[in-house]
Design a protein around this ligand. Structure first.
Ligand SMILES: [Zn+2]
Ligand SMILES: [Zn+2]
Length: 214
């Protein structure tokens, strides 16, 4: 298994190319912008794209889907609770001054406990609402793609439309229970581990909660 990080767009979003090298199959997680760069990374990997998996539907995570779907007949996976956000990707982009092509409708509905497969590798879906109502964490094989739930040293915003700080706190508890060794790939910024965040992140080690934070 191989994970490549491609930082894209004005909001510096992490698109992940997840590759099963043995099977030469790959998925793109949160293709947020700059489809040509994502295509080059995919071509360089030598793998065939199987699917697009979305942690959530904020515009910085979905902006390259339309272009990718023209080149690859692959399904887009999204939790249905984020459908209202997904449907407003263009308007979300306008708020940031971004010109975004509307993404075609999602093809598959994610649910808590689902198993996703790329090549021969299985990953589990955890519904992790809070930053967005249909946010999911995709985890397995010692890694977790956490989107904007959790960052190195911080957590996702909960002051956005459809966000919930209380829901995010519950989701962070479930992420923390994945195990200290699990490598965390967030939607922005560097990778980290559950253990490092449990020790140092004020939103996970209780300091910010006592202070009334997330
Ligand atoms: Zn977000
Ligand atoms: Zn984001």
């Amino acid at each position: 298994m191989r994970v490549e990080t491609i930082v894209v767009g004005a909001l510096q979003e992490n698109t992940y190319l997840l590759i099963d090298d043995a099977a030469r199959r790959a998925v793109l997680i949160d293709p947020g912008a700059e489809a040509p760069r994502l295509e080059r990374a995919l071509a360089a990997s030598g793998a065939t794209l199987e699917a697009i998996w979305l942690t959530h539907a904020h515009v910085d995570h979905v902006g390259a889907i339309a272009a990718l779907k023209r080149a690859h007949d692959v399904p887009v996976y999204l939790h249905p609770a984020d459908a209202p956000l997904y449907a407003t990707a263009v308007q979300q982009g306008a708020m940031f001054g971004l010109d975004v092509e509307p993404p075609p409708p999602p093809d598959r509905a994610l649910a808590d406990g689902d198993v996703l497969r790329v090549g021969t590798l299985d990953f589990s879906v955890m519904h992790a609402p809070g930053h967005a109502p249909g946010h999911v964490v995709i985890h397995g094989h010692g890694v977790a793609f956490v989107g904007d739930c959790l960052f190195a040293g911080s957590v996702g915003r909960t002051d956005l439309p459809l966000s919930s700080g209380a829901a995010l706190a519950r989701s962070l508890d479930r992420i923390a229970a994945l195990g200290d060794e699990v490598v965390v790939y967030p939607g922005h910024g560097p990778a980290t581990t559950v253990g490092a965040e449990r020790r140092h992140n004020p939103f996970l080690n209780g300091i910010a909660r006592i202070a009334g934070g997330a």
